[in-house]
Write a protein that binds this ligand. Structure first.
Ligand SMILES: NC(=O)c1ccc[n+]([C@@H]2O[C@H](COP(=O)([O-])OP(=O)(O)OC[C@H]3O[C@@H](n4cnc5c(N)ncnc54)[C@H](O)[C@@H]3O)[C@@H](O)[C@H]2O)c1
Length: 441
């Protein structure tokens, strides 16, 4: 199938590369001249695990074009993957999407064959039927469902594993204006995915609600485990990992996203929850569960901060290991590590930061008042507290005997993911999140 992809950012370029590598002819367009120039020169402008390697097998089928018209005329379906940032009230804006739809309309209008417009960006429920369909029908003079198709086809991917998630989904979500469009997009994914996922083909509005509520359900599991971890910390002998391993073994629950630790962050989960609440309110309902999920999540940086303040006073040095909102990405958006750094900074502590990928973005957000260290040793030197935050693999194999010689005697080690639980930490005050403290005494 010939497809075009509008928006070649973090998700769009990975999507284009996956389809091109699977043998589809892909025509990509991005507003960003630099991206188009780099891609035409076969250079990858996006930092995402495995993308450069995948592009090697995709370049021959990946054509970068300079106009919406070229994209539409060369393809049978146009996937739109542009930003939908959150507004102050939590709803996602459709402004970028509307600009693209208006840009596509002249070519759609002129085209003699059936064309699918496939919105991949995350949107508020109701957007397709009440905004995109009327806009396209009016701008093209054509009838949606018979002259052209409208599809809502969002992805469930996480930064750092976008390609793996894209190629191995549990489910492909396809909301479609008509049977033909749903079937064509279903076949496109069936010919590209490495697994045989459930093809959830449904109406546009059902797909919009499914997308946002699935993400909210996942965050509910994360907050459930984190709320439980906070309780376990108060109960001598309690251990979150033992408990969640058993809970997750029940197939009604499942063990994914059920590990007590830091909360959810990044560009999607936090804002999806807020948007879900705005969506419920718009229709006269209330997302009570969602509010609790957000409250548990927001309490986590402060919970760690309180442990640090109970151990030492400012201006003691606090070493934070891991800044990105999760491992395998440089993204720090809504990262609990950054929130903790801000709390410490505002209280007068000396804050030293280390991360394999996120020092530069952190500098932009936190400024000059904190220390940024390429070396873990330098970060830990003289620290009264070591907080293991993002679960990067390199923090799982630290030499704690060596670290004891660097830090203050009896330094507090806050271990968000129990990464050092098996190590000899007798030189430290060890505080794993989610573990009732007496088990370690
Ligand atoms: N990145 C993720 O983890 C992820 C996961 C699920 C869903 N999403 C959704 O996918 C959408 C895109 O996210 P992203 O992370 O890829 O964003 P991004 O900012 O990385 O990329 C968006 C790209 O769109 C381009 N663009 C903007 N306006 C354009 C226009 N008018 N014409 C052509 N190109 C245009 C930008 O130049 C940019 O390269 C959002 O709705 C997001 O919520 C993202």
């Amino acid at each position: 199938m010939n497809i075009s992809v509008i928006g070649l950012g973090k998700l769009g370029l990975c999507t284009a590369a996956c389809f091109a590598s699977a043998g589809h002819q892909v025509y990509g367009y991005d507003l960003n001249d630099f991206f188009r120039r780099e891609l035409k020169a076969r250079r990858n402008p996006i930092d995402e695990t495995g993308l450069s390697e995948l592009l090697e097998s995709a370049w021959n089928n990946l054509n970068i074009v300079d106009t919406y018209d070229a994209a539409v005329h060369a393809s049978d379906a146009t996937l739109i993957i542009v930003p939908t940032p959150s507004l102050p009230d939590g709803r996602f804006t459709n402004d970028y999407l509307i600009k693209v739809l208006e840009g596509l309309a002249p070519a759609l209008s002129a085209k003699g064959t059936f064309h699918i417009v496939d919105v991949v960006s995350t949107v508020m429920p109701g957007s397709c039927d009440t905004i995109f369909r009327p806009l396209l029908e009016q701008a093209t003079g054509k009838k949606c469902g018979s002259d052209f198709g409208l599809v809502y086809n969002p992805e469930f991917i996480a930064l750092g594993s976008v390609i793996r998630n894209f190629l191995n989904p549990d489910m492909v979500l396809i909301g479609a204006s008509d049977e033909q469009s749903g079937a064509l997009i279903r076949d496109l994914y069936a010919s590209t995915c490495k697994t045989s996922p459930m093809m959830a083909v449904m109406s546009l509005v059902n797909a919009e609600i499914t997308k946002i509520s699935l993400n909210c359900y996942v965050t509910m599991k994360i907050s459930y485990a984190n709320g439980l971890a906070a309780i376990c910390e108060q109960v001598p002998g309690a251990d979150i990992d033992v408990i969640t391993a058993a809970i997750g073994a029940d197939t009604r629950v499942g063990n994914k996203c059920l590990k007590g630790g830091l909360g959810f962050g990044g560009p999607c989960f936090p804002r999806d929850n807020i948007a879900f609440q705005a969506f419920a309110e718009e229709f006269g309902s209330e997302a009570l569960l969602g509010k609790a999920v957000v409250a548990v999540n927001n309490s986590i940086p402060r919970r760690i901060f309180d442990k640090i303040v109970a151990h030492c006073t400012a201006p003691a040095k606090i070493a934070l290991l891991g800044l990105s909102y999760k491992a395998d990405t440089h993204i720090i958006e809504e990262s609990h590590s950054i929130m903790l750094a801000q709390l410490l900074q505002n209280t007068g502590f000396t804050v030293a930061l280390h991360d394999p990928k996120s020092l530069e973005p952190a500098k932009k957000q936190l400024g000059d008042a904190v220390e940024y260290d390429d070396s873990i040793d330098k970060c830990l030197k003289g620290a009264a507290v070591v907080a293991l935050l993002t679960d990067w693999p390199e923090y799982r194999n630290l030499d704690w005997e060596h670290i004891a010689a660097l830090t203050k005697p009896g330094a507090l080690v806050v271990d968000s993911w129990r990464a050092a639980a098996e190590k000899n930490l007798s030189a430290f005050t060890y505080m794993p999140l989610g573990v009732g403290i007496s088990t370690k005494e």
